[in-house]
Write a protein of this length. Structure first.
Length: 253
């Protein structure tokens, strides 16, 4: 059997060793799970009944969160698409430009949104705009990498057909590849949109506004019944975005 080959046992052994070392490093203790009931009791006693009185205010803040996530991902997609074509091996204008763009995308992708957010909050002040810029820059790196890989894996047949009829290089690249990968681009975009909603919550902790800032304030002031409503609204936002994204993907695909 293929799974009984020697190198598979070696890989499993390495994984087990790494798991064991990681458990030691993080001081993992199975006995802590017995105390998990304390968390359940805390939630039941402090989070309920939910404070529905602030729902109208949270609805307003939810639009701020949605706007931050949408602008950050939409502008990132617009910028990432042309960068992706010069960052893919089969469409780049040369090895130097390819390497520079890959390094650029890796650099943006390696810096978390919270780091960008801290920098922009100090430089530009509190508010949603620094959070939008933080989401934008990180997502350029992520979407640029993902889309460039889609371009590299695109079917070469349509590209060769466009070249055969004498189409210019940029026209053949654009109209033979983009229609192939567009459904997958949309899928990646909506996934990053969902991630951006959760990211905007974290950026709210450093003054980015939206529901994240409300959640941070409610936690700091021990308003746990308001925290419960914050969580409910966040869950609804993510579910609605996922539902709409799924419907759009079905229409396109």
């Amino acid at each position: 059997m293929v799974w009984l080959k020697g190198h598979y046992f070696f890989i499993v052994g390495i994984l087990l060793l790494f798991t064991w070392v990681s458990l030691i490093i993080v001081d993992f203790k199975f006995g802590i799970f017995y105390s998990f009931v304390n968390t359940i009791d805390f939630v039941k006693e402090q989070f309920f009944p939910i404070n529905w009185d602030i729902l109208s205010k949270l609805m307003k803040e939810s639009f701020v969160t949605l706007a931050m996530a949408f602008l950050g991902t939409f502008f990132a997609l617009v910028i990432a698409i042309p960068i992706s074509f010069v960052s893919a091996r089969n469409t780049s204008c040369g090895p130097i430009l390819f390497g520079v763009n890959r390094i650029f995308l890796s650099g943006l992708r390696s810096i978390p949104e919270i780091v960008f957010g801290l920098i922009f909050v100090v430089a530009l002040g509190l508010g949603p705009f620094p959070a939008v810029l933080a989401i934008l820059l990180h997502n350029i790196g992520v979407l640029g990498k993902l889309i460039s890989e889609l371009i590299e894996s695109a079917d070469k047949g349509p590209q060769e057909a466009m070249k055969a009829v004498g189409a210019a290089r940029w026209i053949s690249v654009l109209f033979s590849i983009l229609p192939q990968i567009w459904p997958n681009i949309l899928s990646q975009y909506f996934y990053r949109f969902e991630v951006a909603i959760r990211t905007s919550l974290i950026l709210g902790f450093i003054g980015g506004g939206g529901i994240g800032q409300q959640l941070f304030n409610h936690f700091n002031t021990f308003q746990y019944r308001s925290v419960a409503l914050d969580i409910v609204v966040i869950m609804v936002l993510v579910i609605v975005v996922d539902f709409i994204g799924g419907k759009i993907r079905k229409k396109v695909m």
